[in-house]
Design a protein around this ligand. Structure first.
Ligand code: 13P
Length: 254
């Protein structure tokens, strides 16, 4: 079964309403491969979700960058999965390393969130990835397997899940993983899914790479067999994001 190439743009905590309108304008004007060949999802900050939803072309989808772990209520400052569904937002990014490291989100908490978001009908981009210290001590696979296990325990239907491998040392640093490094972890993650979830889920789940992806390095990464797309930070705020979307064509020729 073919895995449709997936390109996500994580805008993080960036942008004014004028800047957001400008980004949407160049996204709307871009000529990109058909939605049969590439799935594009952009993730603005919560406060701009409605604005982007009103303006964005219909072949691109929208993701929130987080949501609360369970049903809404007395949780000041949080946004619930139900609210996202109510706004017509189909996707949410969960377990991003910036939230794990800066806001102390644990594997268990991320797993709970993934489970709850899925039960509410959201599709989830679930993020995993090791720090530089963990990589250098040789524990990359143990770390990403433990993160994936906590997530997998809460998933009964994988068709609404994309797994994002984002090595922390590559995020926002300009230090991209080499295509071989990305392929190695992606193929290990697919093997983990094969052994712990099942062969069909392993074959059909998109595993995307994030960490300093840009217009210049995306094609080489996209050419790797287990790289099914990207989660892009900084470069998703710039027109080179279109080149990253177009790197999906590399798959058709391989
Ligand atoms: O964290 C990321 C996407 O979620 C990657 O960020 P950069 O592309 O800015 O390194």
């Amino acid at each position: 079964m073919g895995r449709k190439f997936f390109v996500g743009g994580n805008w993080k905590c960036n942008g004014t309403s004028d800047e957001v309108k400008k980004i949407v304008t160049w996204l709307n004007e871009a000529e990109v491969p058909s939605e049969d060949d590439v799935e594009v999802v952009v993730s603005p900050p919560f406060v701009f979700l409605s604005l982007v939803k009103t303006l964005l072309r219909s072949d691109f989808a929208i993701a929130a960058q987080n949501c609360w772990v369970r049903k809404g209520g007395a949780f000041t400052g949080e946004i619930s999965a139900e609210m996202l569904i109510n706004l017509g937002i189909p996707w949410v990014i969960l377990g991003h390393s910036e939230r794990r490291l800066l806001l102390n989100e644990t594997n268990e908490f991320v797993g709970d969130k993934v489970g709850y978001a899925l039960t509410q009908g959201l599709k989830v981009i679930a993020c995993v990835g090791e720090t530089l210290e963990q990589r250098e001590s040789g524990s990359t696979m143990a770390v990403v397997a433990a993160q994936t296990k906590s997530i997998a325990e809460h998933i009964s239907n994988w068709s609404n899940v994309v797994l994002a491998y984002e090595p922390v040392w590559a995020i926002g640093t300009g230090k991209v993983a080499t295509p071989a490094q990305a392929q190695e972890v992606h193929s290990e993650l697919r093997k983990w899914l094969h052994e712990n979830v099942g062969p069909e889920v392993a074959a059909s789940t998109r595993i995307i790479y994030g960490g300093s992806v840009n217009g210049a390095n995306c094609k080489e990464l996209a050419a790797k067999p287990d790289v099914d797309g990207f989660l892009v930070g900084g470069a998703s705020l710039k027109p080179e994001f279109i080149d990253i979307i177009k790197s999906s064509t590399v798959k058709k020729s391989t």
